[in-house]
Design a protein. Structure first.
Length: 80
């Protein structure tokens, strides 16, 4: 199961599909809260309406996370 119907497409579909209640899609409580919590809901609604705004904010967040790097360094190291 995936979060969206078109899981290989990067777009705003997540914000359209989560509130649909489609039982075929993966919906965790952390996804559903975006439509319950007033502070999160305003962004979820905005991104559902405006894909360009979603992309614009996504780029800013992605760059910020990439530039900050990871602070997770377990003492036992990483194993695959």
């Amino acid at each position: 199961r995936s979060w969206t119907k078109k899981w290989l497409t990067f777009d705003k579909a997540y914000y359209d599909d989560i509130p649909s209640g489609n039982a075929q899609l993966l919906q965790l409580s952390t996804d559903k809260v975006l439509w319950i919590d007033a502070e999160f809901k305003k962004y979820a609604q905005q991104y559902a309406k405006d894909q360009n705004k979603f992309f614009e904010d996504y780029v800013k967040a992605h760059v910020k996370l990439s530039e900050c790097g990871s602070k997770f360094r377990p003492s036992q190291g990483f194993y695959l």
